[in-house]
Design a protein around this ligand. Structure first.
Ligand SMILES: NC(=O)c1ccc[n+]([C@@H]2O[C@H](COP(=O)([O-])OP(=O)(O)OC[C@H]3O[C@@H](n4cnc5c(N)ncnc54)[C@H](O)[C@@H]3O)[C@@H](O)[C@H]2O)c1
Ligand SMILES: O=C(O)C(=O)C[C@@H](O)[C@H](O)[C@H](O)COP(=O)(O)O
Ligand SMILES: [Zn+2]
Length: 355
């Protein structure tokens, strides 16, 4: 089994292997200092019929009383009203501060369950059991939890580290090609910001031919970043490459028209074009990223008006005061934060990204 200890303010382990769900009970008990008596397993309507029973049985075999909480699958559920339902289920299940919430599913499940855990009784422990490629390589690691509001993506949330991450690669066998592609956008992002060699490997080979290695490389890149900058005061902003305009696109389509990975892919192309126009990113970078996105069946452009996206992006967390911290590429494998004054932001996006 591949395993890592994340040296965060509250350290936690990430275990990566096949067939971890059936061992989730003993693994959770061996990684927590206090034994939980109760658990609420939060999962969505697609994942529940596939994997809930296995995890529930494994926890119950260890003497943990389990209450499932199933919500309707999809980004449109990532709202405060679903978290409010979680609070009620947590309370009715009798969860206390020594008990646990278990996020079984993709990034939507993990982000919401994590936020519910961060705020219920001012903080209870939660376990991430990510079942999408995106959640295995990105959202289950680093402790960012959030929900969407009408005004913007992930605008309400908390930093709250999981107590354990169980990354069962076997669960990806049931993932649809669409959501596999979605996760590939974040894998390509890691190549863009931190690893030319990963980017080139994704160009030369097929991700499915070295999947466990790719997952491990991505998780290790993310761990390194969040260990050095847990609360996003500097380096962690790089993980947001493609997200400033990507999140604006998700909001433009009311969190339904484009999935997160699709939006981030388009956002990475737009960001690279803007960098090229400004002369801070080498010419040809955007086309090279677009070619790799296409290889993994991801879109590379969108008809949404850039001016509207620029306005929406002002509500993003990368704007600090009147400066938008835009993540650009020095070259593939090396990203940096390029501060843009708010007064120049719209012109920067319209002039730079439209080509
Ligand atoms: N917290 C972070 O650091 C972070 C990082 C990246 C993305 N995110 C967030 O993650 C979300 C996207 O995550 P996602 O793409 O996993 O979305 P998701 O949770 O909606 O899962 C995608 C789809 O796959 C289904 N599914 C999940 N596991 C499956 C499996 N094993 N087999 C079959 N179907 C399965 C789900 O039911 C859903 O329909 C976004 O809200 C994004 O903002 C957060
Ligand atoms: O972990 C991070 O930090 C990231 O930025 C990872 C992103 O892939 C992820 O989509 C994150 O939720 C975006 O962060 P946000 O702070 O802009 O909501
Ligand atoms: Zn993302």
């Amino acid at each position: 089994m591949d395993s890592l200890l994340v040296h965060a303010s509250t350290p936690y382990s990430i275990l990566i292997d096949f067939d971890l769900l059936s061992q989730s009970g003993p693994l959770i008990l061996s990684h927590l200092d206090k034994k939980p008596e109760r658990a609420v397993i939060v999962t969505d309507s697609n994942v529940a019929p596939l994997y809930l029973h296995t995890v529930q049985r494994s926890l119950e075999a260890e003497g943990i009383a389990v209450t499932p909480m199933i919500f309707g699958a999809g980004e449109s559920s990532k709202r405060l009203k679903t978290v409010a339902q979680m609070y009620s289920v947590f309370s009715q299940a009798g969860l206390t501060r020594t008990d646990i919430a278990v996020a079984l599913g993709g990034g939507v499940t993990g982000d919401m369950c994590g936020f519910a855990a961060a705020s219920y009784m001012r903080g209870i422990r939660y376990i991430q059991i990510p079942t999408t490629l995106l959640s295995q390589i990105d959202s289950s690691v680093g402790g960012k939890t959030a929900i969407d509001i009408d005004e913007g993506k992930n605008l309400v949330g908390a930093f709250w580290n999981p107590a354990l991450v169980l990354c069962d690669i076997g669960t990806l066998s049931t993932l649809t090609p669409h959501f596999f592609a979605d996760g590939m956008a974040e894998a390509i992002k890691y190549g863009c910001i931190k690893s030319l060699s990963l980017f080139e490997q994704l160009e030369k080979q097929n991700a499915s031919d070295f999947l466990p290695d790719m997952i491990s490389q991505c998780i290790r890149i993310k761990c390194g970043v969040v260990e050095r900058d847990e609360r996003e005061s500097g380096e962690r902003m790089l993980l947001n490459f493609g997200h400033t305009l990507g999140h604006a696109l998700e909001k433009y389509y009311h969190y339904e028209g484009l999935s997160h990975g699709e939006a981030v892919g388009i956002g990475m192309v737009l960001a690279s074009r803007a960098g090229e126009t400004l002369g801070i990113t080498p010419a040809g970078t955007a086309d090279r990223i677009a070619a790799l996105l296409q290889k993994y069946h991801l879109p590379t452009s969108d008809p949404a008006p850039l001016g509207t996206l620029a306005k929406f992006a002002l509500s993003d967390k990368k704007r600090l005061g009147s400066t938008v911290n835009f993540v650009a590429l020095k070259t593939i494998g090396d990203a940096f934060v390029h501060p843009v004054p708010q007064s120049q932001w719209e012109a920067f996006v319209l002039g730079g990204a439209s080509r």
